[in-house]
Design a protein around this ligand. Structure first.
Ligand code: ZN
Ligand code: ZN
Length: 569
């Protein structure tokens, strides 16, 4: 039998292997896409777990969302036998509507998650019909060689599931996002009994959430937050607004309960909240008679009689709280003496946008309460005591940290080792991990990357338009238009336009004149015979105009020269 030597031990060609690879989610918090492969190296069947997005930063101007590069699986779409979704957060399901048409594999999800994907697909997916097979909480499905059991966890959205993936070569527990909350307010607590039974059955590898690997202790419960929010709302003399992650149905319920207890009408502003509330009512996480007013009805109520629930806790510019803070909301106005509660944590990268909103509110005389001042938010991810508890229950032979930046993954690796796990493998996106047979280790690498959704198009990240846009944002642009004849004569007058360039240089000289002088001077300096070559003229003018503006500004703009060839006779 042919033998290939990996880093620690031989691999027999043609023999079945169980492998794991991430196309997103390792080395970043967001864009989770994990693959489990079973079979010989050249004929594997793949199971995808989650298909998420991440949100762009300030250095990605104009980008709506960041999507994973699925080239590795797209090259052989038939090898993908199923896509399992663990829960309804955007970093786990956000790419389904955009990317499923390239994959076309059956989808599996519990009812709330399926409802959220269908709801998004009917809003943004046109005629897209997604073949989602709904699996009950705690249900089990056979997908090719993978026997997949959904294990109920707790998190910050209804129906988070870990996956017990049984294969002929061993079992993997893929935790998804989780915490151990015994009073999650909405839905069931994590099924601790089942987790202990799975540990007793035997788990070869655990692939586990690393988000809070640095945070000591245990995370507080959603019910504790609900109590704290209710007390705060009760204490407010005037109108109260609460902004939170719209997918957090427990938080929606907490605010609705507090409103009811204090005799306030609940007013909901923001489309994504309406969507989540509708799916939560359909799937039984909010009561059928859940009552709230639309934003348009809010203006007829007394300040003391309303509790507003709105989108935009991460500083999203078009969301309700951003528009309210700028006094630009069509239906809702907050005034001096009102209170806004940010029932959320600011995701790194969003600090400036959130700060801008909070400053606007402060200027209007509105009190702002965040998780610095009161217990108005808890994490949905396991802190160190919860991670230790999980390792005690599951006792995996191999730990593979996921859902974290590189430092979070490393830290969970250390924790797992201290918890007695014999083998820690720490892959990043694209690393292929051999789980079985033999010693677990990284054996290969596959291509990964990112795409941007830009308007209605999906564009590459590195060589795409966003790179140019970033540059334009820094230095502006000078455009020049020239008309030449085939004999090298200049027809009419060159045109110059400046965009994002200062109007005057340091000595008060008009930038427009400087640029035009540079164009005309350069054209004159080139003998007519040589002006027959438009490429040469373009490059000479571009350099001259860029140099002239740079001398006066201290920065080099982007310069574009358009040449029209016209037969003057
Ligand atoms: Zn999540
Ligand atoms: Zn997540």
């Amino acid at each position: 039998m042919a033998v290939k030597n990996g880093k620690s031990g031989p691999r027999a060609a043609g023999q079945d292997e169980l492998v794991f690879v991430a196309l997103g989610g390792l080395g970043e918090i967001g864009m989770n896409v994990y693959l489990y492969g079973f079979g010989p190296e050249d004929a594997r069947q793949w199971l995808m777990v989650d298909l998420g997005i991440t949100f762009p930063g300030e250095s990605e101007p104009g980008v709506d969302v960041v999507l994973p590069d699925l080239r590795f699986i797209e090259e052989n779409p038939k090898s993908l036998i199923g896509i399992v979704l663990t829960h309804a957060h955007e970093d786990h399901i956000g790419a389904v509507v955009d990317l499923w048409p390239k994959l076309k594999a059956p989808l599996y999800a519990t009812p709330f998650t399926a409802g959220m994907v269908h709801s998004k697909s009917s809003e943004f997916g046109g005629k897209l019909k997604l073949p989602i097979k709904t699996v009950p909480m705690g249900g089990r499905v056979q997908i090719g060689p993978f026997d997949v059991e959904f294990v109920t966890m707790s998190h910050s959205v209804p129906e988070p599931s870990a996956l017990m993936i049984r294969t002929p070569l061993g079992n993997v527990l893929h935790t998804g996002d989780w915490k151990l909350d015994r009073a999650p307010l909405v839905g069931d607590p994590a099924n601790e009994t089942r987790l202990q039974e799975l540990g007793a059955e035997g788990v070869l590898a655990m692939v586990c959430d690393s988000t809070n690997a640095f945070r000591e202790g245990r995370s507080p419960s959603e019910t504790e937050v609900a109590t704290s929010i209710a007390e705060l709302i009760k204490a407010q003399p005037r109108r109260v607004a609460v902004t939170t992650f719209s997918s957090n149905v427990a938080r929606v319920k907490a605010v609705a309960d507090a409103a009811e207890a204090t005799g306030r009408e609940l007013v909901v502003a923001g489309r994504s909240l309406h969507r989540v509330i509708n799916v939560a009512i359909d799937t039984g996480y909010l009561p059928k008679n859940f009552r709230y007013l639309d934003q348009d009805q809010a203006q007829y109520l007394n300040a003391r009689d309303t509790c507003l629930l709105c989108t935009g806790s991460q500083g999203e510019a078009r969301a309700a709280i951003a528009r309210i803070s700028a006094n630009e909301h069509p239906a809702i106005q907050l005034n001096k003496g009102d209170t806004v509660i940010f029932s959320s944590r600011t995701i790194p990268g969003n600090e400036r946008a959130v700060g801008r909103i909070q400053n606007n509110l402060a200027r209007l005389g509105i009190e702002v309460i965040t998780d610095n001042e009161a217990l108005v938010h808890v994490t949905g991810h396991p802190r160190r005591d919860e991670l230790r508890q999980m390792y005690t229950w599951i006792k995996p032979k191999v730990a593979i940290p996921m859902h974290g930046e590189a430092r979070h993954l490393k830290e969970q690796g250390r924790l797992a080792k201290a918890a007695g796990v014999p083998t820690i493998v720490e892959p990043l996106n694209g690393d292929v991990v051999l789980i079985a047979p033999g010693a677990a280790r990284i054996i290969d690498e596959v291509p990964t990357g990112r795409f941007f959704r830009d308007g209605s198009l999906i564009v590459p990240d590195d060589d795409g338009p966003v790179r140019e846009r970033r540059k334009l944002a820094q230095v502006g642009m000078v455009m020049v238009a020239i008309t030449l004849t085939p004999r090298g004569e200049v027809l009419g007058y060159p045109q110059v336009a400046l965009d994002g360039v200062p109007q005057e240089g340091g000595r008060g000289e008009a930038m427009y004149d400087l640029a035009l002088d540079a164009v005309e001077g350069t054209l004159k300096s080139i003998p007519q015979a040589r002006r027959k070559d438009p490429e040469m003229v373009r490059e000479a003018v571009r350099k001259a105009v860029r140099g002239a503006v740079a001398d006066a500004w201290g920065k080099k703009p982007i310069a574009k020269v358009l040449i029209t060839m016209v037969d003057g006779k």
